[in-house]
Design a protein around this ligand. Structure first.
Ligand code: SF4
Length: 531
């Protein structure tokens, strides 16, 4: 599990413009304001107040970033790889001294400053707020830390369900506004594309505001309700089961209908004469399927609806829906058109099941070759239960996809293309709140990160509208120099903390990751940094 602690705000780090002294104006006193230029909104903030995004405030005439900077700590138990919790200080007295860090710089090599709460480089003429040097295994490293303001960003959402959520390309609405669309379904999952520059900037002001709020909430692991045109109403939250039309989804299918036939054919043969696995995409029929043929199962004479693709694999047996196997059927017999009387026989045993085993019925053909529902034999029930056992829990996964190939690079280097090239050459490790980011091949720095691996509440917004997200670039110091880095701004962690960032008062606040989140690797240990 990965956790972190945080500092207090960093006075003046972002835009240290002191407030003007109050001046008499026509008998009135003008209240001193501080100008914030950390985004294009350019708030004028009065003493004791915060700006439009609630991320910056005027404290005693200084502009401060109100959220704490989040620090991560390397695991001492698994020094090669993992990040671990900071334990709140009151508990630390009773615990292993190695399990906590209260700001003691003897442990500074174990600490990683994330971009969460760090403030930004905007308007991009100045170096990133933290450019921190460190050493690992005798190698000098540097990490450039900032909060990016992303106008070009979206969320890719994977919802583990067979159920029909809506047609591909259908609009997805939040509070009535279009905020995304249904995109290509994947294996066992429906996929949504949410947010993006067209909804943020290309529609009405309300559409942009609702979109950015929806993205912030999902990125911060909070629930969001969405409605899909011509489809379902869903309640989704990263790391949690989706709720489709008010029903919580439990299982992700074991495979398509054809795959389910193949996986369980050996267990079914000899106990059943025909099996149909109902699936919206590929419905499987055991005796026709290559698996049944290889196991010498005789034909059953079943005649299926839908379009035959290859033997034992049928497309479009019904319409998509929230019934059996992601179809709209409640009665599975509806997809059987009949039986060939020259082949089928009275007493034929038929199992019909969905791809999750949630729906399953046992039939026996009567003398008129009509399937009659009967109690399922225990040995068949065991196999159906095993189909269910092989289904993973249904989850919602949210990936943040952002374009970092723009102006924020100027906070890293005076020659931005060198940063882009260094990332493509794998000289730079890109993380978001300490979580590993995947950088897409091709042009730009288009990176993608699982929000569940990021600290809670990593995302913010500005009213432009745009998303604020942490990003860190780690590399060897010599590589940083070579790509035109802001060498005059490189500081040790100790210097960064002494600069006013660290207030070692009160218990560090630990905000935990969900237990199911995979532990993140130590950001400074990834090749090629130490290679
Ligand atoms: S909205 Fe922009 S200008 Fe206003 S306080 Fe926030 S970052 Fe600063």
């Amino acid at each position: 599990m990965t956790e972190h602690t945080k500092t207090d705000g960093l006075p003046g780090m972002d835009n240290p413009q002191p407030a003007a002294a109050p001046e008499p104006a026509g008998g009135r006193t003008v209240i001193a304001k501080v100008a914030c230029n950390a985004c294009p909104v350019l708030c004028q903030i009065s003493e004791g107040r915060s700006g439009a995004c609630d991320r910056y405030a005027n404290q005693g005439g200084l502009l401060i970033r109100v959220d704490p900077v989040v620090f991560l700590r390397r695991s001492l138990a698994e020094p090669e790889a993992r990040l671990v919790p900071f334990t709140p200080r009151p508990q630390a007295q009773t615990e292993d001294a190695n399990s906590t860090w209260n700001g003691d710089l003897l442990l500074a090599d174990e600490v990683f400053i994330t971009g969460v709460g760090s403030s930004t480089t905007y308007p991009d003429y100045k170096p990133a707020p933290f450019i921190v040097s460190s050493q690992a295994d005798g190698v000098d490293l540097v990490t450039v830390v900032t909060e990016g303001i992303f106008s070009y960003c979206s969320l890719k959402v994977k919802i583990d369900t067979d159920r029909f959520l809506g047609p591909e390309q259908a609009n997805i609405r939040c509070k009535g506004e279009v905020v995304g669309h249904v995109t290509t379904a994947e294996y066992g999952s429906q996929m949504l594309s949410l947010g993006g520059v067209h909804h943020l900037t290309g529609g009405s002001k309300k559409e942009g505001r609702v979109t950015v709020e929806m993205m912030e909430a999902l990125g911060n692991k909070k629930p969001v309700e969405l409605t899909i045109d011509g489809g379902a109403q869903i309640l989704i939250q990263a790391g949690k089961a989706p709720i489709v039309n008010g029903v919580e989804e439990k299982r992700m299918r074991v495979g398509c209908g054809s795959a389910t036939i193949g996986i369980f054919a050996m267990q079914l043969v000899g106990k059943v004469d025909e099996v149909v696995v109902v699936d919206d995409h590929i419905t499987g029929v055991l005796t026709e399927h290559q698996a049944g043929r290889c196991l010498d199962m005789p034909p059953s004479g079943i005649q299926m609806s839908g379009r035959k693709s290859t033997p034992g694999r049928y497309f479009q047996v019904a319409n998509p829906g929230t019934g059996w196997g992601g179809t709209d059927i409640d009665n599975p017999l509806a997809i059987i058109e009949g039986w060939n009387p020259a082949v089928a026989w009275p007493g034929l045993r038929l199992l019909m099941t969905s791809t999750t085993g949630e729906h399953a019925t046992w039939y026996v053909l009567n003398d008129a070759l009509q399937p009659i529902e009967q109690d399922m034999p225990d040995e068949i029930r065991l196999i159906v239960d095993r189909i269910g056992e092989n289904c993973e829990p249904s989850l919602t996964t949210v990936l943040f996809l952002g374009g970092a190939g723009g102006s924020l690079r100027a906070g890293v280097t005076e020659n931005p293309i060198l940063l882009t090239r260094a990332i493509k050459s794998a000289l730079v490790n890109v993380t978001c709140g300490g979580a590993p980011a995947y950088v897409w091949p091709g042009g730009g720095i288009t990176m993608m990160v699982d929000v569940m691996r990021m600290p809670d509440n990593s995302f913010g917004t500005v009213p432009t509208p745009a998303i604020v997200a942490p990003i860190e670039f780690s590399m060897k110091l010599e590589d940083y120099r070579a790509l035109g880095g802001h060498m005059d701004y490189v500081r040790t962690l100790e210097e960064a903390l002494r600069h006013g960032a660290w207030h070692n008062e009160g218990a560090p606040l630990a905000r935990s990751w969900e237990p199911l989140a995979p532990a993140n690797p130590w950001p400074l240990a990834r090749p090629p940094l130490l290679g």
